[in-house]
Ligand binder design. Structure first.
Ligand code: HEC
Length: 187
């Protein structure tokens, strides 16, 4: 009789432990996403470039979706350097042109074809740390004005939190143009 009671108690104890561990891990995943949201919106201001403006305000239907496909963009002309002009910006504040070429804020939503859907956490962290396209050292450098030098100093926990949050935002289909070199041709 005592033995049965003991086994029953032990089983209940194990089930309760497993439930507690699971609740804890769901909680910590939620905390991570919340922290990522805070970092993206309140600290690192990723949307400042990656969410296009419609007029004076953000176009929230394209939250973090990058420069709208087929929208016009500025082209730098080298004579501008004499007038101390270094950077031209599109009205959406999402496409940039300078002596380096032309860059377009990319689609950070988890859309599989046009966003970061196919990216891994490792690619994301390496891209932020190394400043190389898709986090691959053999690829070109990420173009200005992406503030890589600053984000590279974030710790692993913060970069992982940002990644966790980006995975939860609404996927938006928006095929952002590839960067152009200083002659206006795809890099
Ligand atoms: C000042 C503008 C600006 C801000 C702020 C900014 N970005 Fe960017 N980002 C860009 C531009 C422009 C590109 C395109 C550069 C290129 O294609 O080489 C880019 C590209 C990227 C890429 C793609 C890199 C690749 O491998 O091609 C990722 C990922 C990215 N940004 C993430 C972020 C995150 C996350 C934040 C906030 C923590 C952020 N960006 C904030 C301008 C910005």
């Amino acid at each position: 009789m005592h033995r049965k009671l003991f086994i029953c108690g032990l089983t209940i104890f194990f089930i309760a432990t497993i439930i507690t561990i699971n609740i804890r891990s769901v909680d910590s995943q939620n905390d991570m996403v919340e922290r990522g949201k805070y970092l993206v919106n309140a600290v690192a201001a990723c949307g400042h470039c990656h969410t296009p403006r419609a007029g004076a305000d953000y176009d929230m239907t394209k939250y973090l979706a990058g420069h709208p496909e087929n929208d016009p963009y500025p082209r730098y002309d080298f004579s501008m350097i004499q007038k101390n002009i270094f950077l031209l910006v599109s009205p959406q504040l999402s496409a940039f042109s300078g002596p380096f070429g032309t860059s377009f804020a990319t689609n950070l939503t988890p859309d599989n074809e046009t966003g970061l859907g196919e990216w891994t956490e490792k690619m994301f962290i390496e891209a932020m740390r190394t400043g190389h396209h898709q986090g691959n050292k053999d690829n070109r450098k990420i173009f200005p004005p992406m503030p890589n030098k600053h984000y590279a100093q974030m710790n692993d926990a913060d970069l992982k939190a940002i990644w966790a949050y980006l995975k939860t935002v609404k996927p938006v289909k928006n095929e952002v143009s590839p960067v152009l070199n200083r002659f206006g041709r795809p890099y």
